[in-house]
Ligand binder design. Sequence first.
Ligand SMILES: *[C@@H]1O[C@H](CO)[C@@H](O)[C@H](O)[C@H]1NC(C)=O
Ligand SMILES: *[C@@H]1O[C@H](CO)[C@@H](O)[C@H](O)[C@H]1NC(C)=O
Ligand SMILES: *[C@@H]1O[C@H](CO)[C@@H](O)[C@H](O)[C@H]1NC(C)=O
Ligand SMILES: *[C@@H]1O[C@H](CO)[C@@H](O)[C@H](O)[C@H]1NC(C)=O
Ligand SMILES: *[C@@H]1O[C@H](CO)[C@@H](O)[C@H](O)[C@H]1NC(C)=O
Ligand SMILES: *[C@@H]1O[C@H](CO)[C@@H](O)[C@H](O)[C@H]1NC(C)=O
Ligand SMILES: *[C@@H]1O[C@H](CO)[C@@H](O)[C@H](O)[C@H]1NC(C)=O
Ligand SMILES: *[C@@H]1O[C@H](CO)[C@@H](O)[C@H](O)[C@H]1NC(C)=O
Ligand SMILES: *[C@@H]1O[C@H](CO)[C@@H](O)[C@H](O)[C@H]1NC(C)=O
Length: 502
Amino acid sequence: MNPKFEYKPFSVVWLLQIHPHDEAEKRVLQNEHHQEKACKYYRCALSIAIIIALLLCVLASQLLLFPFLFVTSQTITETVLNKDIRCDDQCRFVLVESIPEGLVYDANSTINPSIFKSWLNILTNAKSSVDIASFYWTLTNEDTQTQEPSAHQGELILEELLKLKQRGVTLRVAVNPPNSPLRSRDISALKDSGADVRVVDLPKLTDGVLHTKFWVVDNEHFYIGSANMDWRSLTQVKELGATIYNCSCLAQDLKKIFEAYWILGLPNATLPSPWPVNYSTPYNKDTPMQVNLNSTASEVYLSSSPPPLLAAGRTDDLQSIINIIDDAKQFVYISVMDYSPTVEFSHPLRYWPDIDNHLRKAIYERNVHVCLLISCWQSSRPSMFTFLRSLAALYSNKSNYNIEVKIFVVPATEAQKKIPYARVNHNKYMVTDRVAYIGTSNWSGNYFIHTAGSALVVNQTQSAGTSDTIQMQLQAVFERDWNSNYSLAFNALSSWKEKCIF
Ligand SMILES: *[C@@H]1O[C@H](CO)[C@@H](O)[C@H](O)[C@H]1NC(C)=O
Ligand SMILES: *[C@@H]1O[C@H](CO)[C@@H](O)[C@H](O)[C@H]1NC(C)=O
Ligand SMILES: *[C@@H]1O[C@H](CO)[C@@H](O)[C@H](O)[C@H]1NC(C)=O
Ligand SMILES: *[C@@H]1O[C@H](CO)[C@@H](O)[C@H](O)[C@H]1NC(C)=O
Ligand SMILES: *[C@@H]1O[C@H](CO)[C@@H](O)[C@H](O)[C@H]1NC(C)=O
Ligand SMILES: *[C@@H]1O[C@H](CO)[C@@H](O)[C@H](O)[C@H]1NC(C)=O
Ligand SMILES: *[C@@H]1O[C@H](CO)[C@@H](O)[C@H](O)[C@H]1NC(C)=O
Ligand SMILES: *[C@@H]1O[C@H](CO)[C@@H](O)[C@H](O)[C@H]1NC(C)=O
Ligand SMILES: *[C@@H]1O[C@H](CO)[C@@H](O)[C@H](O)[C@H]1NC(C)=O
């Protein structure tokens, strides 16, 4: 996977070719010398002896040097590889959330900084570049044809983005093709402000959408998570993400994913196969980056989907999820908007048990405690609840099959219910007793086969005993939601419709 492995065979070939060549030249020179001065017999014999000795030396040195240099080059390669995987940055990791207005937790509940403040912070401090991968843009009331005071935060973010060019900061935006003129307004404004915008026709390229949501700022800081470039994602939809500061190694690795979208945004772009080597990464589930996050030694990598967008070395997002589920020893807590073992929108219909099988396996083989916190709103599909009931039915206290499913319902006033596509838990993360996973995809087949998404995986098991790990913070978020009165036990619902359709 690592291109640096490749110079090993080259160095061996180089040694084999150059040394005999040098000796041949020496011999030619010596021959000329002998022809000039007619040599005496003993001198000739001496010369021949020297030449033979030299030839033997070359042969012996090659025999001796060959294994020696082979070992040395291998050691060098390993050193380079280890150095590659270690990163000296002192990264700051902040878990960030949008909690919809009117959703109130008990006193003393876990509270994280808001996505809005974190976006504003990285934008106002941006010095040279901002790169944004996005699904769609509706940051203003006009875009959604609403008059909501809570659109203010989104409008402020757009204002800051429009000011970047004047400040000498380049802004690049990769976006899925807008499906309505209302969703083109912010994009036009950005273009007018001097931003580079590329529409990535993923529907044409992979039959999916560009669903990824992340920012890379100054090649050093980044945000990744569930929030769209939508004012509702800041005040009306429940979102979770991570903002990482002072972390150039990871930011540059995320930028490689961005560059892949960027090149696919060129007119008439086609999918490269394979991807050029400069898109490849040494960081993946098998060789994660070793870096300090908030002074805690961590193993981190970024996964991506769908497979046709992956360069060498990148872990496929689905494989990352499966790997984390298989690695769990005690529990797997999942908070996703949609969960379904199907490929939606496929004709003919297609069953897709890839994730479901690994959850059932963890429950059956290792008695891992699996909790699913799923969302429910007017756009939820009925089949999702049928499959959730099937998973929840595996529960058996007697056999120690420990699976629970809950539905998280974001409360809404009559006025809030009128805001289109809002008031829902849009989180997309998983936390196990070992690992934190923060993603951008719903958990159903379509998202891993066709749609572009990405995720950040943080493993701090090597720092066990540390007081405040990312895994612990994410677990606290899950437990806060799971135990809140907004989560309803699935088995207790007589009909999901009674709670979800409003
Ligand atoms: C949940 O609890 C909060 C305060 O703890 C309360 O204000 C809210 O009405 C409750 N919501 C539901 C759905 O019971
Ligand atoms: C919140 O925490 C404080 C200090 O730990 C405690 O005194 C208080 O009773 C807690 N409140 C609730 C509602 O749990
Ligand atoms: C990032 O590093 C700079 C320079 O060392 C420092 O001033 C800043 O506070 C750091 N940012 C965070 C969020 O730690
Ligand atoms: C790889 O190299 C090409 C050609 O120089 C460049 O256009 C592209 O942006 C590079 N990609 C990355 C990820 O650096
Ligand atoms: C893209 O393809 C269309 C239709 O095949 C063609 O008219 C157009 O010139 C192409 N554009 C570029 C930049 O190659
Ligand atoms: C987490 O790190 C530990 C220790 O390095 C490793 O054994 C384990 O496989 C990792 N888990 C995942 C899911 O990457
Ligand atoms: C589950 O089994 C344990 C003993 O194995 C028992 O103490 C507990 O009450 C049972 N829980 C339920 C919900 O039946
Ligand atoms: C998946 O997520 C997107 C937004 O992130 C949402 O609009 C969509 O309805 C979700 N579900 C499906 C099945 O696409
Ligand atoms: C990391 O440090 C930042 C700033 O000091 C803090 O806000 C954040 O909560 C810390 N994160 C973790 C996981 O400890």
